[in-house]
Design a binder for this molecule. Structure first.
Ligand SMILES: [Zn+2]
Length: 241
């Protein structure tokens, strides 16, 4: 394994033959430690939302083939302690099998990550996203659902349990809005996954409707709101919308 500390940023750029905004967006490119050490607000701000989405896709590809970057979390921690310039804010489920940073090969300081069962947006999540984009400069809002989601199954089954009941109520509209001609039960994974996808779409619509701040940033093309589904079986993060 390479020794990232021995890579100065300029040496890294020479060694890899890449330069410019796309290279800077390469959150988890080999040698990212040197990148992380040198990333400034100005450099982050050069990236477009599409650059950032492309890098997240590349990171997922590296994860899928077992070629993750050699993260030096200690170095990332030390550098990012002085300030953070994350490129995106992700809204994903609490499911232990769907950790966004890991499955897209991201490091410390790369993204904000809000996690709640069923990846729904409530007022506090919207406030967090507004902070991430308007105040901290993130340019992508990524809503990520996943296959075989327990929260989606619970919503389909109308599960009742303490505070969970209220949370599942927020997922119910996706169950009702899902067009599906087969068996509409939590035992049918094809239906569960169709509801999960619809839930991501409705969450994206919810964000646009309920957050004037984010809707305005999206209209100005400063921020892109995108959806995705993570497949637990294949490891693929599929982007849409
Ligand atoms: Zn889930």
């Amino acid at each position: 394994m390479r020794n990232p500390e021995r890579f100065g940023r300029r040496a890294f750029l020479r060694a890899t033959g890449v330069a410019g905004a796309v290279a800077l967006a390469g959150s988890a490119l080999p040698g990212r430690i040197a990148w992380a050490a040198a990333l400034t607000k100005a450099q982050r701000d050069k990236m477009t939302p599409d650059d950032i989405i492309a890098e997240m896709k590349k990171g997922n590809e590296r994860f899928r083939v077992g070629k993750e970057s050699p993260h030096n979390y200690l170095a990332q921690q030390k550098v990012s302690a002085k300030g953070q310039y994350p490129a995106a804010v992700i809204l994903s489920c609490i499911d232990s099998r769907a950790p966004a940073e890991t499955i897209m090969d991201l490091g410390i300081g790369d993204v904000f990550n809000a996690r709640v069962a069923g990846n729904i947006a409530n007022d506090d999540i919207l406030g967090s996203m507004e902070f991430a984009c308007k105040l901290a400069g993130a340019k992508v809002v990524l809503v990520m659902g996943h296959t075989a989601c327990g929260a989606i199954k619970g919503a389909i089954d109308n599960a009742q349990l303490g505070n969970l009941t209220g949370l599942l109520t927020k997922i119910r509209p996706a169950v009702e809005a899902t067009q599906y001609s087969g068996e509409r039960s939590s035992k049918n994974y094809a239906f569960v996954d169709a509801v999960a996808r619809k839930n991501v779409e409705l969450t994206m619509a919810d964000i646009r409707k309920r957050s004037a701040v984010l809707a305005e940033l999206e209209s100005a093309k400063t921020v892109k709101i995108v959806g995705s589904m993570y497949n637990l079986e294949t490891g693929v993060v599929e982007f849409f919308g």
